[in-house]
Design a protein around this ligand. Sequence first.
Ligand code: GLU
Length: 621
Amino acid sequence: MSRHTRSTRRWIVAGVAAGLPLALLAPQAGAQPPAAPAAPTVDTARHGTTTDLPKVPVMVGSGGAVSSVDRDASQVGIDVLAHGGNAADAAVATAAALGVTEPYSAGIGGGGFLVYYDAASKKVSTIDGRETAPATFTDRAFIDPATGQPYAFATAVNSGLSVGVPGTPALWDKALRDFGTLSLNDALKPAEKLAAKGFVVDKTFSDQTAANATRFKTFPETARVFLRDGAAPPVGSTFTNPDMATAYRTLRTQGVKSLYAGSLGRAVVAEAQAPHTDGTSVPAGQITMADLGAYRALAKDPIHSQYKGYDVYGMPVPSSGGIAVAEILNLMTAYEQRTGMSTADVDEVQYLHRFSEASATAFADRNRYVGDVAGVPVGELVDPGFAAERACFFDPAAAQPRPIAPGVPDGDYTSCPTTTVAERQPNDGQSTTHLTVADRWGNVAAYTLTIEQTGGSGITVPGYGFLLNNELTDFNFTPTQGAAPDPNLPGPSKRPRSSMSPTIILDDGAPFLAVGSPGGATIITSVSQTILGYLDRDLSLVNAIASPRLSSRNGASEPAEPALLASPVAAGLRALGHTLSDGGEIGAVTAIRSFGEGRFEAAAETTRRGGGSAMVVSPAP
Ligand code: GLU
């Protein structure tokens, strides 16, 4: 399919397929010219009024768009946009609201990555708000000195040792300073109000609380804040978190120095250093006020690659997301060139066979080469020549045996080198949240944030009602690459490797698509599969998101969603040698398609995580 066949007619098809009211789907006749920026104010009193938009997974219209997993959070972003805020303002306000309604996935105590298209400069930038290890961390930080063996992963995730210096408040502050129009003080007001007044508990929140209830009970402060009578709050009840409101009030009135050099930070450090783990052997955390004081959210150049004539921008190191998504897309192109058959034209089995081979190959390379270390061969890993060389073992009729060995990104792509396989699978998380925002001036934000596992470390900061991350468990506890160096071992002040893949795609220099997902290492495959589904497989955006997912990550088996396993496609993949396993529900994508002239399609999950919330400021009539 040519890039230009991706036409506006698809929005209507998308909505009908999702069973949505046509009023939310019809394209707007005659685009409104972009209005001049108004002086932004956030009217927090508006939140919760009858102007609220419904929770739907796709909406088309103008004036700006927000897509997140949560209706309240999307509404906060829409309110900011409606009152003159831009995409950076709305992204921060929406993220802060997700800290309230998705406290087990995101919040003050975690980190994340922002990819941002700035319409004024026509440039894509990124901010790295990843957590850092303490300055005292060594490559043996997760080795028990008593045994010489790594701590059990299931124990380490509930310890202060797993807590990294939070990066989220610093990212919010930097995003607003670099791109926004609101102060932090204003941007956090809606979230503070949401925490104080409460939100209606949905099934996802209740289920996530129930799944965590046993471990939350080992942390009295966490049980006090998040459990009701020792159990998950029932669906339909109102959940308030006055302590979190205090945290937001502190942050917005005292600034981020309250965390990095003040009372909030002292509370974080004290709690991370406290002995916590109910008699287990994992030591307390090592982060100090000096570590907090040294923290910076970092501006970084994005990863840039091209796919089917589009410019694809993703997150650089310490995320592996941008590199891996680029390599997957490059490999899909390389397979087309080798076979002479386009991704659009092959059947579903062959398409997913290609996708599986590409993602397994990209994971072999990211595991071998990518981490927060000097000398990552970024340019080579995203070079189409490297992908062409990596495609030389691709066979349309048979899956490559797993694990696939890493490639040789040395700039010489004339051979078909063989390397040794020395792969052990790193640990994968399952949490996180992603939001996507576009404003009427053409700015776009793709922002993924996390506290690592669902419920993070399980440790709540007393008096402030938010959970601390366990992001440092994203380091490999022991080397995974045999005799080769492992780029993702723990180290002093190092940032653990991530899979988060907020992605912005431009068409002829203008925003076209913004997309991202939670889901640990599956983020990379969910984002890539959504892009491929939309660009190559003739799916509407919401259907590209809804398609059953396959997450082949170079392991012995390839996790697939139940709907895929139940389809004839699974038999076809098995016949090619793929070993599929039940991956349960994978990811929770949100995306926005810009049509230009201020018109958008916001899209989200139809059913995963209870369905996402896609909104635009002015729905098309
Ligand atoms: N810690 C994971 C990462 O940075 C994200 C957590 C998750 O999605 O499970 O890749």
